[in-house]
Design a protein around this ligand. Structure first.
Ligand code: PEP
Ligand code: MG
Length: 592
């Protein structure tokens, strides 16, 4: 039966394929296709791992002391029964034989199927056995990991090697695209999917500007977040469509709906291709105001997509992504230096703005950090606060950035400042890093130093910031979160997250004016900069530098080419002074 689920649109486009349900705790399980000649050995890997767990439990059972409570033996019996359950074994075989999933993926896929059946049971005792099943699967996974034959499969989520597989695999289903469905995915989890077999993804939680959504944009695959119940309503292997523009997921679509979406998919492809013609056009308005279009990136290799859409530099390199998913092992100076140099080289002489590490809130370094998170992490030890709390880690990063600045134009950007004392401390540590490099005889280059305006207190004190910094960059994602007291990662309050709230507009406009009056550069690097429906308003407010995800650049450029800033100024002031800016902007966008 066809039904639809509504969530938040975060990464545009349409994807159609089969659902792959992944439990949030298991997203780091390897997902890749095997070749058909590996089917038997892959099944043997599971059989072997399962047998090891059976032996383990058997031994445990035998070694139970006489005085052990009888529940313990009963529990082991349950585990043994679950391990030997035919449904688990036969399901795994099917995933491996028919879909060519690797052993770990097949095991977790079948876990999701069986767990769903437990969820649906009336008897509470039986329902609770789901936890036992998960423990048993966890044990098998551990054995699979330790299995020496796993060595040649250790790459996580390797891309589907279509050419190679097509010769070996005749089954139609291998041509079917796959869509990842999970309750939650952290930004670090998502990074693992950068080169993955998935062509779209859906999560139950997350807001429009959550970092998971931001990484989704960088994957450039259709995505819907904040769909609340998707991972419960969608079953393993269901056919689904993601409409990433509308934020809708259609489950079990009828042939007519499939046709309709295939048509939409082709149309979207045609408009994308049309936009690529703008790549080499300078971004200038009708009244010849030049506008700088910069890219936001997470990894040095993202510079390729920035260059491919004609970005004139990197306005925001979110360096924290180099620090994530490493089990607490932070990258050392050399590793960071290489990554920053790679970004500088990738941009071929164009400026690269490296933001110092911004972890905390919804960007945990790894799962442990998430678990230890405080009740209010967005207001806690995050971004520059985290860096200043660990000067040696911060100095390591500063040295690496300063050294990379010898290879090309680098700007240094500091996130989440609010207090003068933080500014003074930060600038003094930058000086210390230079002295350290002098003492080591290391070469380094000049950098412009900028501050992010992400906290209302900072926006209101923009003049004070300008006394210390060469440029400001407005991080509207956080500025909105902190101005409206809306957790940007919480889908339950996503409807209140409003870039056009008069208070937000006032803070943005005043910061732009303060910079323009002082003759200092200002840009917006939050998601507002990449929203083409807001381009004219921001131009009217005096903004001339926008930094956004590469996929947005050409759409925003199209708006700039059609705009006249002379005409926009008065209108932008009216919008700002209205009680209902969103209605005015919507009307304007309809009329143009
Ligand atoms: C912002 O807050 O607008 C921003 C660009 O930083 P991030 O999204 O990484 O918090
Ligand atoms: Mg921010």
């Amino acid at each position: 039966m066809t039904f639809s689920i509504h969530g938040l649109a975060v990464a545009r486009g349409i994807a159609m394929g089969r659902a792959v349900l992944v439990a949030s705790s298991r997203v780091d399980v390897a997902h890749y296709f095997i070749n058909s000649n590996q089917i038997e050995s892959e099944i043997q890997r599971v059989v072997h791992a399962r047998q090891c767990v059976i032996d383990e439990i058997h031994k445990l059972h035998q070694s139970l002391p006489k005085e052990a409570p009888p529940e313990l033996a009963a529990l082991l019996d349950v585990h043994m029964m679950l391990l030997q359950d035919e449904m688990l074994a036969s399901g795994i075989n099917t995933w491996v034989r028919e879909r060519l999933y690797n052993a770990e993926w097949a095991l977790t896929s079948q876990l999701e199927v069986v767990a769903r059946q437990f969820d649906e049971m009336d008897d509470p005792y039986l329902r609770e056995r789901k936890g036992d099943l998960e423990q048993v699967v966890e044990r098998i996974l551990r054995h699979l990991k330790g299995d020496p034959t796993v060595l040649d499969h250790k790459i996580k989520s390797v891309p589907k090697q279509v050419g190679q597989q097509q010769e070996l695999i005749s089954e139609d289903q291998m041509e079917v695209p796959l869509i990842l469905v999970a309750h939650d995915l952290s930004p670090a989890d998502l990074l693992q999917f950068k080169q993955s077999v998935f062509t779209g993804f859906i999560t139950d939680v997350g807001g429009k500007t959550s970092h998971t959504a931001i990484v989704a944009k960088s994957l450039d695959i259709p995505a819907v977040v904040g769909s609340r119940t998707a991972s419960q309503l969608i079953r393993q292997d269901d056919w689904i469509i993601i409409d990433g523009d509308a934020g809708v997921v259609i489950v079990d679509p009828s042939p007519i709906i499939l046709d309709e979406y295939s048509f939409k998919q082709r149309q979207a492809q045609v408009s994308r291709e049309r936009l690529t013609r703008l790549r080499h056009r300078p971004a200038a308005t009708l009244d010849d105001e030049r506008v700088e279009l910069l890219a936001n990136i997470e990894m040095p290799e993202d510079t390729k997509s920035a260059m491919s859409v004609g970005a004139v530099g990197i306005g925001l390199f979110r360096s924290e992504f180099l620090f994530m998913g490493r089990d607490g092992q932070l990258p050392d100076e050399e590793e960071q230096y290489k990554a920053y140099c790679a970004a500088v080289q990738g941009m071929n002489g164009l400026p690269v703005t490296i933001r110092t590490v911004d972890v905390g809130a919804d960007k945990s370094l790894d799962r442990t950090m998430k678990d230890e998170a405080h009740l209010n992490p967005a207001l806690g030890l995050r971004a520059i606060r985290w860096s200043l709390a660990d000067p040696s880690m911060f100095l390591t990063q500063l040295r690496a950035i300063l050294r990379a600045a010898a290879k090309g134009q680098v700007n240094l950007l500091i996130p989440m400042l609010a207090h003068k004392k933080e500014i003074v401390q930060t600038l003094s540590l930058i000086e210390t890093a230079r002295h350290q490099l002098d003492a080591m005889g290391e070469v380094y280059g000049p950098v412009k130093v900028g501050a992010m305006i992400e906290i209302p207190a900072a926006a209101i004190s923009a003049k004070m910031f300008l006394e210390y910094f060469d440029f400001l960059s407005i991080g509207t994602n956080d500025l909105i979160q902190y101005t409206l007291a809306i957790d940007r990662a919480d889908e339950q309050v996503a409807h209140l997250y409003d870039p056009l709230h008069p208070a937000v507009l006032r803070l943005v406009a005043d910061t732009i004016s303060a910079c323009n009056a002082a003759g200092k550069a200002v840009s917006i690097c939050g998601e507002m900069a990449g929203d083409p429906t807001l381009t004219r308003l921001l131009l009217g407010l005096g903004l001339r530098s926008f930094s956004m995800h590469p996929t947005q650049i050409l759409s925003v450029k199209q708006e700039i080419l059609r705009a006249d800033t002379q005409l926009l100024q008065n209108w932008a002031q009216e919008v700002m002074h209205s009680n209902d800016p969103s209605v005015m902007v919507e009307l304007y966008n309809q009329d143009k």
